[in-house]
Design a protein around this ligand. Sequence first.
Ligand code: WQD
Length: 337
Amino acid sequence: MRVLLTGGAGYIGSHTALCLLEAGYDVVALDNLSNASPEALKRVEELTGKKAPLIVGDCTNEKDVTAVFEQYKIDAVIHFAGLKAVGESVAKPLDYYQNNLDATMVLCRVMPRYNCDVLVFSSSATVYGTNQEMPLREDFPTGCTNPYGWTKWISERILTDVAHADPTRSFVLLRYFNPIGAHESGRIGEDPSGIPNNLMPYICQVASGKLQQLGVFGNDYPTRDGTGERDYIHVMDLAEGHLAALKYALENKGVEIFNLGTGVPYSVLDIVHAFEKANDLTIPYRITPRRPGDIATCYADPKRATEMLHWSAKRDLNTMCRDAWNWQKQNPKGYNE
Ligand code: WQD
């Protein structure tokens, strides 16, 4: 059984490729390498002893996607590819709508031509928007606060409507919370370009000395210690969640939505202190003003994924912090060694 991973050379894509290969699936990745390195899949091959072919191409280009289906028998697709920087999406909304929505629609058109009707989609908790009670459940109202979030929301809408129009389809939409960490080997991990937007890669670069000090975006939120709370999930738990979702999608029809989170919120200072303890390091930080658009608290109710996918996150915060640093330590320049 072969799975196409769009964006498969990326952070979550490469970890999922490793999980799939270890579970006996074949994989092929389609990636334009705009935010990924071919080295990631070379290392997946090194770790698994199995092939993880990469086709460099554009998921929004129908010819590129068709060429993959012409070259390989594809039984299912996991669609990771997409632009994903919230701040950038506000500055370049058309790029985000065009890229992220075209990729979803091209897949919906090409797949049935090759009798491929199973797709797992990389969505995001960002579709829940703000002012929600916690923990978040899949049946809660949705609505976004930035173009990136809307591209995920609209893609969910497109996939839902396509599945309703064509009952042969099977789509599973996964709403990620905050993926962090790396494979225990430290050979693959998160490799953001430029100064990291996200908390954990920023902390890792402070720990390595590449950045001087962490700015904590506000300590006046209505939370335990005043700093923002999020649902951090180990990227390997997230990857295993895709394996469970794929199995479910292969055995069912229609469209289902699942949160992939731990259900446990941690604050920014919780993460800083856990990272320091796990790695016996000090992370210098200062309190800075809130980041526009941030919400106080966001965490999942993962019950539905546990009950229907028989999946739950297993790795604790200490492991997430230790594995994140293990990758950074071994790869101070990411994949561009
Ligand atoms: C986490 C917490 C910040 C950096 C984003 C996207 C979301 C998803 C995951 C794609 C917050 C605080 C951060 C820093 C800080 N991506 N922080 N100093 O914003 O929850 O979610 O990534 O799907 O769509 O919005 O993650 O890691 O940026 O922030 O204090 O230098 O850390 O305020 O409380 P976020 P994050």
